[in-house]
Design a binder for this molecule. Structure first.
Ligand code: FE
Length: 404
């Protein structure tokens, strides 16, 4: 019941781009104020200073704009701002990876608590929901971040809070990295900060070179080349491909496929496994692993994995597996829309469960999810109205073993 290789059409790519461009409609309550502050705080040529990474960075954080996980304590802080180039032009699809200590000054080095990455929207905006970090020996309050324009160099820096006593005694502290912070009546805080990167963007050149034979991702250091690089891009924008496949997390290497037991050149990504089948004609010479099927192992007895009959109406149903794509609920419709716009059957395969509620391994919260042959879709109502309303599982990161 595996599906033919994907053919992402131009229409799908355009539909996805349209969705990405709508991001921000609900996320920024006061765009006029924000824009005014932003305009005031980008002066051409004043690049955001670099600050030491420190010992606690961990690659591979989950994609999320909110780090507010269940049971977390501390003062809520919402940080908004823009990522600009050195001419104060906003940068769309810039990558931001945040990490910080808890309110009591402790980093989660085992998991990903208070760690998350996101991308700026089409207007170059980001929004982070988190808690105010605590101090720890030698360090005043700070939030670490890496920022990168598509295909640009990575800026590693830290953000600081004004009025903290230990700012002046912290040798890493830089007043140029102070956020503009306001405290609401309920004690929660809102902050703004704009990053200015040492790059120049042009309105038509925001993606990585697609004509090269390979690309090395600075975030993980792995190179994707040849047929894998062609398949990773699949004619989409860089941002779309990143959303669907994620970053490379291994080199290309020979590996035994769990599907047929044969050995293929294989490369792992956060959300995909690519296998080279040189006997096939392109684009079918690179096949996508059945990561959703593997992730569903041991769950087949659950109610959601039992076949259902065709409900009719507007909900799509596949006789091949006896499951619908999404359902009539708000979350189920969001999953169906995302499945269709990101590549549908060819990209993700058939549904192998109905939508159901499951606890996320990443943050311990319950989400509406649905399993497909190659991916798990997760509905995040807190991101409704943004391009993060449906997130794809980091199944590659979960399933890759360090040695093939
Ligand atoms: Fe730190």
């Amino acid at each position: 019941m595996t599906t033919p290789h994907r053919q992402l059409t131009r229409a799908m790519a355009i539909a996805l781009l349209a969705v990405l461009l709508t991001y921000g409609g609900q996320a920024f309550a006061a765009p006029t104020t924000l824009a005014a502050q932003a305009a005031a705080s980008c002066s051409s040529g004043s690049i955001t200073p670099t600050v030491t990474e420190g010992p606690f960075y961990k690659a591979g954080s989950p994609q999320r704009a909110s780090l507010l996980t269940p049971g977390i304590s501390g003062t809520p802080v919402t940080i908004t701002g823009y990522v600009y180039d050195k001419n104060c032009q906003p940068i769309a699809n810039a990558w931001l990876d945040f990490w910080q200590a808890s309110a009591s000054g402790v980093y989660d080095n085992a998991g990903y608590t208070l760690r998350g990455h996101q991308y700026t929207d089409a207007a170059g905006r980001f929004m982070l929901q988190t808690v105010e970090p605590g101090e720890y020996p030698g360090r005043t309050e700070h939030i670490h971040v890496k920022v990168q324009a598509p295909s640009g160099p990575i800026l590693t820096t830290q953000l600081f809070f004004p009025g903290v006593v230990h700012n002046s005694s912290d040798s890493i502290y830089d007043p140029a990295l102070l956020m503009n912070v306001q405290t609401a009546a309920d004690g929660s805080k809102t902050a703004t900060f704009n990053f200015v990167l040492d790059v120049t963007t042009t309105p038509t050149a925001q993606t990585t070179p697609t004509t090269t034979a390979s690309y090395t991702f600075p975030q993980t250091g792995f190179t994707v080349s040849g047929a894998f690089w062609t398949a990773w891009q699949s004619g989409r924008s860089f941002a779309d491909s990143l959303y669907i496949n994620g970053l490379p997390i291994s080199a290309a290497r020979n590996e035994v496929s769990p599907t047929d037991g044969k050995t293929y050149l294989t490369q792992w990504f956060e959300r995909a496994r690519l296998e080279l089948h040189p006997q096939n004609v392109a684009p079918n010479n690179v096949l996508l692993g059945l990561l959703g099927t593997v992730a569903a192992q041991g769950k087949q007895n659950q109610a959601a994995f039992q076949q259902v009959s065709n409900p009719g109406g507007s909900v799509a149903w596949f006789s091949q597996t006896g499951h619908t794509v999404g359902n009539s609920s708000v979350g189920g419709q969001a999953i169906a829309t995302a499945w269709t716009r990101l590549g549908g059957l060819a990209q993700f395969g058939y549904p192998i469960s109905q939508p159901f509620t499951e606890v996320s391994k990443d943050d311990g919260k319950s989400y509406l999810v649905q399993y497909f042959e190659r991916q798990r879709f997760e509905y995040h109502p807190e991101n409704a109205g943004t391009s993060y309303a449906v997130l794809l599982g980091r199944l590659g990161a979960e399933q890759m073993t360090k040695t093939p």
